[in-house]
Design a protein around this ligand. Structure first.
Ligand code: CMX
Length: 437
């Protein structure tokens, strides 16, 4: 058993009695009421999921295992010469709740290192897909195709004690995470760089290896580390995490589950917003035809978009009510590494003008930017201008969060998810009875 798996086994043994006690002694304690508005409105604010991996406070933003983004960036071990923590140390934190030592972090790197190679049949599948297939379809398809490798399925078919479900789930997750950056980079180089492929380097950490396979130089390795870390988890109610959890709750293996989560990430209201921001900005720049955008011109374009019934991508959030700290963390990277980048300046200008306009329009509950407002701009700066690829990188990061979640779901033996639905007639009846009281 690897060092991390051993430590995780300990943590799981310690945690199980807490869940058992809550179920035995407090199962009837209510967490809140559900209104008709929430039932029709996508379950906003309904407290019905449990995760210890991350928590999203509407005003403060995300905490990973209790740590703010700033704390994570400061405390986690880094690879030699790196400015940002390595993904491997972050994975340890997500799974165990502990900050690993440098040795523990290196042990995770070793655990991933030999599993980076993409199976040949996945390469063939990717190559057979029409080249104009959206890269998210390729990415999710590659994960699904690897389902035949699932150790969970093999062990389940042989007959396995429920308390051990998490173990092959963990093994599948390690296999998947090790390969995702290679698959993403393969899709990128095949589709957008004339098929000039760069094989993985086993000696590098996940961020540096991704930069290497993308054909990028420093500081892109740090950008990759930051990007994967920031996009990993946002508690479990967001669409990609929830889809992964839902599918996994049927005891479908991590390949099926992650592929479902990636499909959810591919929606424009979720992870696809990262490409939509760049598309929107490029559209504005094209319309300006060489004229330098001013705040007044930006305001005009924002209003035009809103008046045509579209959303401003990269702004608003279902839970957050302040500027997303993931936006801020990327902004800091931009201020240090690309302060004079034109597109960055336009995004900064949007930060100035959009919130007031959204407030004036009076619809969005949160007028502030989310993670997607800033992510694409940095990629653009480093020459990755094929913006439909951005969500794939979001997916590499998101896999860390959703897979650590389903390992713990299995460890704590959460059951099949199956909320109750009502008909519109029933809602009308309930509403009538309440208002006649
Ligand atoms: N531009 C214009 N209108 C917006 C808006 C935006 N950025 N954000 C919210 N609104 C509108 C909604 O469309 C909704 O309008 P209707 O009443 O006409 O349906 C109204 O404001 C109320 O919405 P809300 O309660 O504030 O937001 P939701 O929880 O329903 O939706 C989100 C959240 C993210 C889908 C929404 O803010 C949005 O569409 N933003 C733009 C897309 C985006 O950036 N998505 C990425 C989110 C982060 C991620 O998951 O990656």
């Amino acid at each position: 058993m690897s060092l991390l798996k051993e430590r995780l086994a300990q943590k799981i043994e310690e945690h199980r009695p807490r869940t058992a006690k809550l179920l035995k002694d407090h199962a009837d304690v209510t967490l809140g009421d559900v209104t008709i508005g929430q039932a029709i409105g996508g379950g906003r604010g309904v407290k019905m999921l449990v995760t210890d991996i991350s928590y999203l406070d509407p005003n403060e933003g995300i905490r990973f295992r209790g740590f703010t983004i700033a704390e994570v960036l400061e405390k986690l071990p880094k690879s030699e010469g790196a400015e940002y923590p390595c993904v491997e140390s972050f994975w340890w934190l997500l799974l165990t709740g502990d900050i690993p030592t440098q040795e523990e972090s290196i042990a995770v790197r070793d655990e991933f290192s030999t599993k980076k190679i993409i199976p040949q049949y996945v390469i063939e599948l990717l190559r057979k897909m029409p080249r104009d297939t959206h890269p998210m379809t390729m990415f999710s398809g590659a994960v699904l195709a690897m389902q035949r490798e699932s150790k969970f399925v093999r062990y389940y078919d042989r007959g396995m004690d429920k308390t051990d479900y998490w173990k092959p789930t963990y093994d599948d997750a390690i296999q998947i995470i090790a390969k995702l950056p290679s698959i993403a980079a393969y899709i990128y180089r095949m589709k957008y760089r004339n098929d000039t492929l760069i094989p993985p380097d086993y000696s590098l950490d996940i961020g540096a290896n991704f930069a290497h396979m993308m054909g990028q130089k420093k500081p892109y390795d740090d950008l990759a580390r930051l990007y994967f870390l920031l996009h990993s988890d946002h508690e479990s109610g967001n669409a990609s995490a929830h889809a992964t959890h839902l599918v996994s709750s049927t005891l479908a293996d991590p390949y099926y589950s992650l592929s479902a989560g990636l499909n959810a990430l591919a929606g424009p209201l979720h992870g696809l917003a990262t490409q939509e921001v760049l598309r929107w900005l490029q559209d504005v720049i094209r319309k300006l035809d060489g004229v330098e955008p001013t705040e007044e011109l930006m305001k005009k374009f924002v209003w035009e978009t809103l008046n045509s019934g579209q959303v401003i991508p990269g702004f608003g959030h279902a839970v957050l009510r302040k500027t997303d700290p993931r936006y801020e963390a990327q902004r800091q990277f931009c201020l240090k590494h690309l302060p004079d980048d034109k597109t960055f300046k336009y995004v900064s200008m949007l930060y100035k003008v959009v919130p007031d306009i959204l407030v004036e329009q009076g619809k969005a509950k949160n007028p502030w930017p989310n993670v997607d407002a800033q992510s694409g701009v940095i990629q653009w700066h480093y020459g990755i201008k094929d913006f439909d690829f951005y969500t794939v990188m979001f997916g590499v990061g998101r896999a860390l969060g959703v897979l650590s979640n389903i390992i713990w779901d299995r460890a704590l033996m959460y059951p099949l998810e199956r909320p109750k639905s009502l008909t519109t007639d029933m809602l009308e009846d309930i509403a009538k009875k309440k208002s006649s009281k």
